[in-house]
Design a protein around this ligand. Structure first.
Ligand SMILES: Cc1cc2nc3c(=O)[nH]c(=O)nc-3n(C[C@H](O)[C@H](O)[C@H](O)COP(=O)(O)OP(=O)(O)OC[C@H]3O[C@@H](n4cnc5c(N)ncnc54)[C@H](O)[C@@H]3O)c2cc1C
Ligand SMILES: *[C@@H]1O[C@H](CO)[C@@H](O)[C@H](O)[C@H]1NC(C)=O
Ligand SMILES: *[C@@H]1O[C@H](CO)[C@@H](O)[C@H](O)[C@H]1NC(C)=O
Ligand SMILES: *[C@@H]1O[C@H](CO)[C@@H](O)[C@H](O)[C@H]1NC(C)=O
Ligand SMILES: *[C@@H]1O[C@H](CO)[C@@H](O)[C@H](O)[C@H]1NC(C)=O
Ligand SMILES: *[C@@H]1O[C@H](CO)[C@@H](O)[C@H](O)[C@H]1NC(C)=O
Length: 519
């Protein structure tokens, strides 16, 4: 794969230097050099290596690639781009599904924050943690735990960068209990389009702080952040219950799930329960449904809490006792994070075997994904997606999977934060859907794959009387179109307010990718 990418870079780069914008290319590289901003020179092996995106389906070639180590160097890089007239994209962990952190199109300046990776907890100030935006989730979790047994709630894969993750949400095995990662953010330092450094918090630049918590990529380069932390939960139960179901069973399973997550059972799903489905191909016309998650509490409390759902599923049948990772495992915090990541879907993926992740990290997928944020579906909406799934899933031999997580709902902490307090727009949704079509290697069949996934959304929305559900920028989907079309999905009713703030602090649209706010 790396060889394939190098060839591609060499080809597109020479096309660039010859035709596209030779003057801009040399101007920005020279400006960075004369401002002493560390950079990977286009054409160098460092440049080739560093510009490889997470999603190899979407390769783009930047005109220049800054790798700053200090905040003044970030400022200098922003000023260079502004002077020369090239667009800027900050990059933290590089995990954008749309490759937005290398521009989302050719010809941008990337500011790679990978050397801003320290995590420092201050025990004398409520264990507030200062974290460099290029740190990765695995390193952050280790560092927090090692400095006073602290933790935050965030996503599962250790290679995900905290920068992109927190600025647009940050959902995982702790969010139903403790909230989204963005609800832990208390302050951010950022370099804005005119090259100034500002601090954003509830007290300072509070409009920008509101915008950063949901739509951060459009407003500047975030350099360092402060977070509140919590004592790491001592008891964590990781669980995996696999089922193999035909369509009738899947339909019944979905009803049981909505009854449980929607709060219609007694006892109710408790706040401590973090739960989701991972579904994919199985054998014949059956599909596999893996019920997995994390409960923060004792094993006994977990068994009581999960009983209403397991009892309902047991009446449906199809339980696969012999499959990987079956049953509950009670673990300490770091072991639970590692276990979550080295079992279930993420086995061997995204550095699956360790939390400690290197500075230069290269995990890859070749994929197209969509997201959807929904409430409980009506019977018509349920039929719509399950019918399509069973009509088309068994014959799709690519590596497709759906993940449907109960991040909201009646007992979740997520909707308890007032809806207007951050630009994140999906607190009212119970379920976060991620639907993914991927290939293990080679070229992804764009037309076929995209044409497979888009109708799932249309079918559900039509059946739900043409409602427009929200989508999640952390699973960015380039087929949604430009800034406004995509933005009204990602930020719903918050879009216009975001566009006004964008106009104020970045009127020239310096921070831009094809889905930037205000375009
Ligand atoms: C393997 C994998 C697992 C994932 N698991 C989860 C999960 O469990 N839960 C979940 O919620 N999401 C998950 N995601 C999605 C993930 O949260 C997003 O892709 C996130 O944006 C990645 O952040 P990053 O810093 O790694 O990405 P990048 O590609 O570096 O950045 C993503 C976006 O944020 C912008 N950005 C990055 N850094 C900065 C900065 N310093 N200042 C301003 N803007 C910045 C970029 O320009 C880009 O638009 C997963 C993604 C992958 C690939
Ligand atoms: C990371 O990669 C860069 C560029 O490819 C290289 O110069 C640097 O030495 C690497 N750093 C580490 C710590 O491996
Ligand atoms: C940059 O923009 C900020 C916010 O709009 C403003 O406060 C500051 O004065 C500007 N700085 C310069 C050098 O123009
Ligand atoms: C689905 O599986 C159930 C349980 O084995 C079985 O009773 C039912 O007949 C099956 N339905 C179809 C349509 O195959
Ligand atoms: C599909 O599921 C049904 C019901 O659980 C089961 O009876 C049947 O053997 C399964 N078929 C295959 C091919 O696994
Ligand atoms: C929803 O939209 C579709 C396509 O535009 C249309 O055919 C259908 O009648 C609409 N359904 C409802 C319930 O409004």
């Amino acid at each position: 794969m790396a060889i394939f990418k190098s060839l591609l870079v060499a080809l597109t780069l020479s096309a660039h230097s010859v035709q596209a914008a030779p003057q801009k290319y040399t101007d920005v590289v020279n400006c960075l050099a004369s401002s002493n901003v560390p950079q990977d020179y286009p054409g160098s092996s460092d440049f080739t290596q560093d510009t490889i995106p997470f999603n190899l389906r979407l390769n783009f070639t930047p005109v220049a690639y800054a790798v700053p180590k200090t905040v003044p160097q970030v400022q200098a890089a922003v000023v260079c781009a502004s002077k020369v007239g090239v667009k800027v994209n900050p990059r933290s962990g590089g995990h954008s599904y749309a490759s937005h952190s290398i521009g989302g199109e050719d010809g941008h300046l990337v500011i790679d924050m990978k050397y801003f990776r320290d995590t420092k907890v201050d025990p004398s100030h409520n264990y507030i943690a200062t974290i460099g935006t290029g740190a990765r989730l695995g390193n952050v979790a280790l560092a927090l735990f090692n400095q006073g047994g602290r933790a935050m709630a965030h996503g599962i894969c250790p290679g995900v960068g905290i920068g992109g993750h927190v600025l647009h949400g940050g959902q995982g095995y702790g969010s139903h209990t403790y909230g989204l990662l963005l609800d832990f953010l208390v302050e951010a330092e950022l370099v804005i389009a005119n090259g100034s450094v500002i601090t954003a918090s509830e007290k300072q630049n509070s409009e920008v702080f509101w915008a950063l918590r949901g739509a951060g990529y459009s407003f500047g380069v975030v350099t360092n952040m402060k977070f509140r932390t919590i004592p790491a939960p001592a008891q964590n139960v990781l669980f995996y219950y696999p089922y193999s179901w035909n369509k009738t069973q899947a339909r019944a399973g979905w009803d049981a799930w909505q009854t449980y997550c929607g709060g219609y059972t007694t006892p109710q799903i408790p706040a401590e329960m973090n739960i989701r489905w991972v579904l994919g191909k199985d054998s014949g016309d059956n599909l596999s449904f893996l019920l997995e998650g994390a409960y923060h509490g004792s094993n006994d409390a977990f068994l009581t809490a999960i009983a209403p759902l397991l009892n309902a599923l047991s009446a449906i049948g199809g339980y696969q006792a012999s499959t990987r990772g079956v049953g509950p495992h009670q673990l300490g915090w770091l072991d639970a994070l590692l276990y979550a990541n080295s079992n279930g879907l993420y086995k061997d993926w995204d550095n699956g075997q360790t939390l400690d992740t290197p500075v230069n990290y290269t995990a890859h997928a070749i994929m197209f994904a969509k997201s959807l944020m929904t409430d409980n579906l009506t019977p018509a909406g349920t039929d719509a997606w399950i019918n399509r799934l069973y009509a088309t899933g068994p014959s799709n031999s690519r590596n497709w999977y759906f993940i449907i997580a109960a991040q909201g709902g009646p007992t979740s902490v997520v909707p308890k934060v007032p809806a207007g307090s951050t630009s994140y727009a999906h607190r009212d949704s119970i379920y976060e859907w991620q639907i993914v079509d991927a290939v293990a290697d080679g070229i992804y069949p764009n037309q076929e794959g995209i044409a497979w996934l888009n109708p799932f959304i249309t079918d559900i929305e039509n059946a739900e009387k043409n409602v427009t559900f929200g989508m999640y920028y952390n699973y960015a989907d380039p087929t949604l179109g430009g800034g406004k079309a995509a933005g009204e999905r990602y930020w719903l009713g918050n879009y216009e307010r975001l566009a006004k703030i964008k106009k104020k602090i970045d009127p020239g649209l310096l921070f831009a990718n094809p889905q930037t706010i205000g375009t």
